[in-house]
Design a protein around this ligand. Structure first.
Ligand code: ME8
Length: 665
């Protein structure tokens, strides 16, 4: 059994998490869950980075102790990870005086004992956002290359680590183990950086007090990166070299073949692929197995970050669609290693295509048909020679390969391909016709078995990515199992129990109406008198995520006639229309109502062309608060039926003789 140690970076505790942080954590969770499924001995660590100038500044401004600020924020992370089903085995805080401080002090002592520390004066540009010094040549127009603002010029006497002495050993490491950094293009960057020449690195600070005291240098605290990076071994029990966890999960620390993999964003690759192995080499400790770096989530072509002020606030998405939908989106949307852009539109399109129409619809249809044919049970006969089986074999292999190579999006491609193959099989076999023509035959059992078994396998493949959804799928398919209890054998064809109870339920992923979503979002924003509680991912106090698999919706609450009449419904005439650029769904319409002409943006472009709309009379809500959709202000909402199955809009018909502006009641 291989011991595998997966870590996320430890997050700066006073930054509210956004989807960039969520991405690193989700993909690490996907790896941990996948390897548990494959039977490996897995340990998954995350935590919080709590020292440094940033937090000290916040505490000073509030007049409180830094630990109080840290304690307040750490719960946001814990609650968020719980909400997103992050299955970490441990959570380390760098403010932990029992577990973490002794490890850092020991690292410093070992590095010092190796003769790699010396004191000298230091002046440089310090970016508080990065907690790092930058040489002049790395600044962009005098600003930090990551955060885009001017660093502070700081000067102090510091302890320096002789990083320059490790240049050759680092280059040897990259040469001997070219997979030390993944993807390979990132290794090239790291190598070039090292080849350009390394300088001694300042590893103590005197300008701050909120940190771990630097052994042997009173008045100095340990530089936050040396402190933070050590978390990966302090959580395993270092400085006790004999600690069971350290021996089991740190490569060469005892456990033969243990693999330690650090997942990071590309902005902190240098710290992990250069500084960290150099610190470890100096301390006489083995280096990790691999550093795997992903790209950035961008907004408006810039890295999403709190300091830039362009973070995505996916609160509405999670509240409306559940945490699994966002997990799926993050994994599927980013081509690993490259940057990706986040947009609500992109999210909704993928949600509808992959989840509502794809997995969700296919499951509902399959379970309903089989349940009708076999009185609520799975088929009584299995089938082991069919097109779904062949597709499943190919896609399970593709899924495994993708995850082994950190192509997370490849795993979602494989699931999508299997679901498409299942759909194609159902369409070609037409079981609904067969049952009518021939009744319940052994052939019918085999067809439905193939379909349901294919979906069971899709659920197992989905379990590391969208665990709640996978569990709900398995339950409905009569093969209930907790995601955490799935094993490699569950990836083999034939696991669907025969004649087991099926559960027909509400859609797993109800179709999203983009126009209604945006209107609601705008309304929420304009209605709120206080600022939204969190500018990023929902904080602990935000409402719980909608379950991925809601039970049958409750009957809608009734409203009084007075409440109904609050809606001012009018007949309008569309006098001009044009599709909104870069949107598949939105149509911009000029609607005449009496003497007035207003702009309404509606999600009907998939069903109507501009030509079909001009001259048409419609019913619209006239007193809706204005909402901005793709940057266009919409003043009202056209009424349309949402067709079953497809959700396609169908506009209400109005007798052409009714004058525009007429009230509808
Ligand atoms: O760097 N897109 O913590 P952190 C993708 N405390 N990933 C992003 C991102 C974005 N827009 N913004 C941030 C730290 N991240 C240190 C780590 S580890 C010993 C110390 C990722 O909270 C970023 O790349 O600023 C990193 O992987 C993680 O979020 C933590 O960022």
């Amino acid at each position: 059994m291989v011991s595998r140690y997966f870590t996320t970076p430890i997050y700066y505790v006073n930054d509210r998490p956004h989807i960039g942080h969520l991405y690193t954590t989700v993909i690490t969770d996907v790896l941990a869950r996948t390897h548990r499924l494959l039977g490996d001995d897995v340990r998954f660590l995350t935590g919080t980075d709590e020292h440094g100038q940033k937090l000290e500044k916040v505490a000073k401004a509030e007049g409180i102790d830094p630990i109080e600020v840290a304690n307040r924020h750490v719960e946001t992370f814990r609650a968020l990870w719980e909400r997103f089903d992050i299955s970490n085995d441990d959570f380390i805080r760098t403010s932990d005086r029992t577990r973490h401080y002794p490890a850092v002090a020991e690292m410093v002592r070992r590095i010092a004992a190796n003769g790699d520390l010396e004191v000298s004066r230091h002046e440089g540009w310090y970016c508080v956002g990065c907690e790092a010094f930058y040489p002049d040549k790395d600044l962009v127009d005098g600003n930090c290359p990551v955060h885009g603002y001017k660093p502070e010029l700081q000067s102090e006497e510091n302890v320096f680590f002789r990083l320059d002495r490790y240049q050759d050993r680092l280059l040897e490491l990259y040469r001997e183990r070219p997979d030390f950094v993944h993807p390979p293009t990132r290794l090239n960057e790291v190598r070039s950086f090292v080849e350009a020449g390394l300088k001694p690195l300042s590893v103590s600070r005197t300008a701050i007090t909120w940190g771990i005291p630097f052994p042997g240098h009173e008045g100095h605290v340990v530089y936050v990166w040396l402190d933070a990076l050590t978390n990966y071994i302090s959580a395993l029990g270092f400085p006790n070299d004999e600690a069971a966890e350290f021996r089991r999960f740190w490569p060469e620390a005892g456990g033969a073949g243990a693999r330690a993999v650090h997942l990071v964003g590309k902005d902190i690759l240098r710290f992990h692929a250069i500084f960290w192995p150099a610190f470890l080499m100096s301390a006489g400790l083995p280096v990790p197995s691999q550093v795997v770096a992903h790209g950035w989530w961008l907004r408006d072509s810039r890295k999403m970050s709190k300091s830039v002020g362009n973070v995505v606030r996916p609160d509405e998405l999670v509240a409306s669609f559940g945490s699994d939908a966002l997990r799926w989106f993050l994994v599927a949307e980013m081509s690993f290693g490259q940057d990706a852009s986040f947009s609500d539109e992109g999210f909704l399109t993928r949600y509808n295509a992959d989840l509502a129409n794809g997995v969700g619809n296919t499951l509902s249809r399959a379970v309903r048909m089989a349940s009708d044919a076999f009185s609520g049970k799975t088929p009584a006969e299995l089938c082991d020679d069919n097109d779904v089986l062949r597709a499943a074999e190919v896609q399970v292999a593709a899924w495994r390969e993708a995850l082994a190579g950190y192509r997370f999006e490849g795993a979602t491609d494989a699931i999508r391909a299997l679901v498409t193959a299942i759909d194609g099989y159902v369409t070609s076999k037409e079981p609904w016709k067969k049952v009518k023509a021939e009744g319940v035959t052994p052939a019918l059992h085999r067809i439905h078995f193939s379909v349901l078994e294919g979906l069971r396998l899709a659920a197992v493949m989905l379990s590391p990515i969208a665990p709640k959804t996978a569990e709900e799928m398995l339950r409905r398919l009569g093969a209930p199992k907790a995601a955490a209890d799935l094993r490699e054998a569950d990836l083999a064809w034939g696991g669907l129990p025969l004649s087991a109870p099926l559960t027909v339920g509400a859609p797993l992923f109800p179709r999203a109406d983009a126009a209604a979503y945006f209107a609601r979002k705008e309304k929420d924003v304009s209605d709120s008198t206080t600022p939204a509680p969190s500018p990023e991912v929902p904080a602990a106090a935000a409402p719980a995520a909608a379950p991925a698999a809601p039970e049958a919706p409750a009957e809608p609450a009734r409203i009084s006639v007075d409440e109904f009449f609050k809606a001012d419904l009018r007949v309008g005439e569309i006098v001009a229309a044009e599709p909104v650029p870069k949107s598949k769904k939105l149509m911009k319409m000029s609607v005449k109502s009496g003497d007035e002409v207003r702009t309404i943006v509606g999600g009907i472009a998939t069903a109507y062309t501009a030509e079909q709309l001009v001259g048409r009379k419609i019913v619209f809500v006239a007193n809706l608060a204005p909402a901005k959709l793709m940057g266009i202000e919409s003043n009202g909402m056209v009424l349309a039926a949402s067709l079953p199955e497809t959700g396609a809009p169908s506009l209400l018909m109005v007798d052409p003789s009714v004058p525009s502006g007429t009230r509808v009641k």
